[in-house]
Design a protein around this ligand. Structure first.
Ligand SMILES: *Cc1c(COP(=O)(O)O)cnc(C)c1O
Length: 255
């Protein structure tokens, strides 16, 4: 197990961000990819506002959060103080929380139902806003994971042009939790292959460029397999006290 040290000060955040960017660059070099094609999304779930201020001072301009209410509370507390900070919702959403997301998020990476698409679109239209979205795919075939089964994604994506305030950009996944690359890599390959196929069949206005895959434990591997967005929490902010089972149902495969 990797241990993740906590960043508190601005300097510690600078160091952690530089370390992660260096590992991203190394993974890109190994895969002969341009590092400009990989976006780092720092994930600040459970992190209190005081430390988010320091992360911002160290250069963070976007943050991923798994829980809508937590994200919305932080946005309310920080938005006037930290201009230009963008919020990405990366966790499963219930229709009754779409109103909050429409209000403040700039990105939603976990779209997996037409009900949520419809509710979000309605809220966004009312506010005159639009939102970048990624479709979440369950590439690990674990019943406990959110996201659409891969074979349902093409049909789902065909319905999305009906929701004009959603700008569909690509796909997102959570790989199997394991230290064994031989188990994790196929999840990333599955998402990339699916994206490549959907590029041929996706309707007009639906972009299939982004692949949001890779977290603290597996982002180098994800980059080798084509990731364009890595969602990194603990390697930047430090180990979380809250177990991940509070965010996703337990998968039974923790490495
Ligand atoms: C928490 C979370 C991450 C980041 O995980 P780390 O282990 O902190 O890097 C990435 N994606 C999602 C959906 C998350 O909930």
């Amino acid at each position: 197990m990797t241990t993740y040290t906590t960043a508190n000060t601005v300097d510690e955040f600078r160091q952690h961000l530089a370390d992660v960017q260096a590992r991203i660059a190394a993974a890109c070099a190994k895969a002969r990819r341009d590092p400009a094609g990989v976006r780092l999304l720092p994930v600040s779930k459970t992190v209190p506002e005081t430390r988010i201020r320091n992360a911002y001072a160290a250069g963070c301009r976007s943050l991923g959060e798994n829980k809508v209410q937590e994200a919305h509370r932080k946005w309310q507390a920080l938005s006037s103080e930290l201009p230009g900070l963008r919020w990405a919702i990366i966790g499963h959403l219930q229709t009754n929380k779409t109103k909050l997301v429409a209000e403040f998020a700039s990105e939603f990476q976990a779209l997996d139902s037409l009900r949520v698409a419809e509710a979000l679109d309605k809220r966004l239209q009312a506010l005159g806003r639009s939102l970048d979205v990624l479709v979440q795919v369950n590439t690990s075939n674990e019943a406990s994971k959110f996201g659409l089964p891969p074979d349902e994604v093409a049909g789902f994506v065909k319905q999305l042009p009906a929701f004009s305030s959603l700008r569909v950009r690509g796909l997102m996944t959570l790989a199997l939790f394991s230290d064994d690359a031989a188990k994790v890599r196929p999840c990333f390959v599955r998402l990339r292959n699916l994206r490549d196929r959907l590029r041929q069949s996706a309707p007009d206005g639906i972009a299939m460029d982004e692949l949001s895959m890779g977290m603290s434990g597996d982002y180098a591997l994800a980059i080798e397999e084509g990731s364009t967005i890595v969602r990194v929490g603990q390697a930047i902010f430090g180990a979380r006290a809250t177990p991940d089972s509070a965010y996703w149902p337990a998968s039974g495969e923790h490495g």
